[in-house]
Write a protein that binds this ligand. Structure first.
Ligand code: NAG
Ligand code: NAG
Ligand code: NAG
Ligand code: NAG
Ligand code: NAG
Ligand code: NAG
Length: 463
């Protein structure tokens, strides 16, 4: 009994001493208003008592090998946590419990070997997640799903062979603009899943320096991105390499040396981005969207019309109206409104900009009044034919024969008649439309050479 108490007391004492050791901040930590900087101090654990006012904790360049549960609980103002260059190989459940205010987390240059579903699930406000230069072989499919505020995720310089692209969607991650998966070990890309990503994410998806196997679908995707001038491709053109037949020694810079892909049918010709073509009927109104991958509160837009007229909010008060979302409405387009409309979206906060072009072709309603015209000309044609028929019946020398002897005809007068009748063609010449437009019928009685008086005419108007 005594012994047990002694052991318990001893345990309590030692844990108390440990608590004390952790209670005060390690020597060398600097506390500067809401920042606590404890970088490069050889620390093996996070101090227990952290200043409640801290918004930024910096533990970069230490020897942290594990993080305790609730390490960062009770810090209501904590927004930024720096843990880069440590020895962390995994994160136990509950590490970030009660730290849901975190928006920036730097775990780069550690030894993490995977990203489990539970790692960041509490961090629903997370905007920037730095995981580059670890040993990550796998990102579990639900690992980023609850992080709906993500803007940027950096996973480059890891050992990923795939990535759950399908778990990233516009509705689940509306703000995501950077997903860096470069310098990993992905041999194949799920091109369809990637093509289904919103343009804003595609525009910031970095995939260079993977061990991609050369293939048309992959090539075609990057070629499209190149034409869309995505920075991921523009700034890393030569780092986009693939292995011919998967052979590690046959690495091709496929955006520079395209010869290997000459037989690929490149789909992008059809769905080429950055410019859009629209056909509009004169008089209609048209809404031009300023498509951009930029997302932010402080986006502004401007348009330049084909006549080099600048259009900004609220529009030019005349025929073009602009909306806060950048869309430009042209009410009642005219032929002279045809041309290239160029728009620029500007993100002042991050000083970025993107452009977009819409080519408008205004057509006249050439086929609209047509039904009336056709009907009219057909009617006219029929009337003229009728008159001609009547003239023929009553005034031509032949009419007596035709009228009075509607009997099986002898060849010679019949020829005369048939010559006449061929002038009176059943189809009025004005009607040059298709067969469906023939609305004027002459019924000749069975004898093919005789034009009988029982002519009847049907007039119908086209629908
Ligand atoms: C952590 O959050 C839980 C609820 O999720 C709460 O009950 C608990 O008091 C919090 N702990 C601290 C230290 O804030
Ligand atoms: C490309 O990736 C390999 C390993 O995946 C890495 O060692 C190398 O540093 C990377 N190259 C660049 C230029 O980042
Ligand atoms: C492309 O097709 C042509 C003709 O079929 C062939 O001669 C050429 O070798 C092919 N190129 C590649 C890179 O496969
Ligand atoms: C209408 O817009 C033109 C430029 O497009 C401008 O010169 C003019 O002052 C505007 N008129 C009014 C009433 O705002
Ligand atoms: C922009 O706003 C206009 C007017 O509210 C709307 O008709 C249009 O659909 C919007 N465009 C986009 C891309 O949201
Ligand atoms: C748009 O961005 C480019 C660089 O990406 C820059 O050179 C240019 O000045 C920017 N234009 C405006 C109007 O900000």
């Amino acid at each position: 009994m005594l012994c047990a108490q002694g052991v318990a007391a001893h345990l309590m004492l030692s844990s108390l001493l440990l608590q004390l050791a952790r209670a005060s901040l390690p020597a060398g930590c600097l506390k500067v208003s809401d920042i606590l900087s404890c970088s490069n101090l050889g620390l093996k654990w996070i101090p227990k008592e952290l200043p409640v006012t801290a918004a930024t904790l910096d533990f970069n360049h230490n020897h942290l090998a594990r993080l305790e549960e609730d390490s960062f609980a009770g810090l209501p103002h904590l927004v930024t946590l720096r843990l880069a260059h440590n020895h962390l190989s995994n994160l136990s459940p509950g590490t970030f419990r009660n730290a849901s205010g975190l928006r920036h987390l730097d775990l780069s240059s550690n030894q993490l070997n995977k990203v489990d579903n539970h790692y960041f699930q509490e961090l629903v406000r997370m905007e920037e997640l730095l995981l580059f230069n670890n040993h990550i072989v796998r990102v579990e499919s639900q690992a980023l799903i609850s992080l709906s505020n993500l803007h940027k995720v950096y996973l480059s310089h890891n050992r990923l062979t795939d990535f759950p692209f399908f778990s990233i969607q516009e509705h689940s991650h509306p703000f995501l603009v950077t997903l860096d998966l470069s310098s990993n070990r992905m041999p194949k890309l799920p091109v369809e899943d990637i093509a289904a990503l919103p343009a804003s994410i595609q525009g910031g998806l970095f995939l260079h320096n993977n061990s991609l196997i050369c293939e048309c679908a992959m090539y075609s995707m990057f070629k499209q991105w190149e034409q869309k001038n995505f920075i991921s491709v523009r700034d890393y053109q030569v780092e986009h390499t693939c292995l011919v037949y998967g052979e590690p020694r046959a690495s091709v810079q496929f955006l520079k040396h395209t010869r290997f892909f000459e037989n690929c049918t490149v789909k992008e010709q059809i769905q080429l981005g950055e410019t859009e073509n629209m056909k509009v009927d004169a008089g209609d109104s048209v809404l031009l969207e300023c498509k951009t991958s930029l997302k932010g509160q402080q986006l502004t837009y401007k348009w330049v019309s084909p006549h080099k007229e600048y259009i900004v909010l609220p529009g030019n008060n005349d025929t073009m109206r602009m909306y806060a979302n950048g869309s430009l409405e042209i009410t009642a387009v005219r032929i002279e409104d045809s041309g290239v409309y160029w728009c620029m979206a500007l993100d002042h906060q991050h000083s970025r900009n993107e452009t977009w072009e819409v080519t408008i072709t205004v057509t006249t309603h050439s086929h609209d009044p047509e039904p009336f015209n056709t009907g009219f000309t057909t009617l006219l044609g029929c009337v003229v034919s009728l008159v001609l028929v009547l003239i023929y019946l009553y005034l031509t020398p032949c009419h007596c024969w035709c009228r009075k002897q509607p009997l099986p005809a002898t060849p010679s007068p019949a020829n005369e008649c048939s010559a006449q009748s061929s002038i009176l063609t059943p189809t009025p010449p004005a009607t040059t439309e298709g067969p469906g437009r023939k609305v004027c019928h002459f019924s000749r009685s069975s004898g093919k050479h005789s034009l009988t008086p029982d002519i009847w005419i049907t007039l119908s108007t086209p629908q």
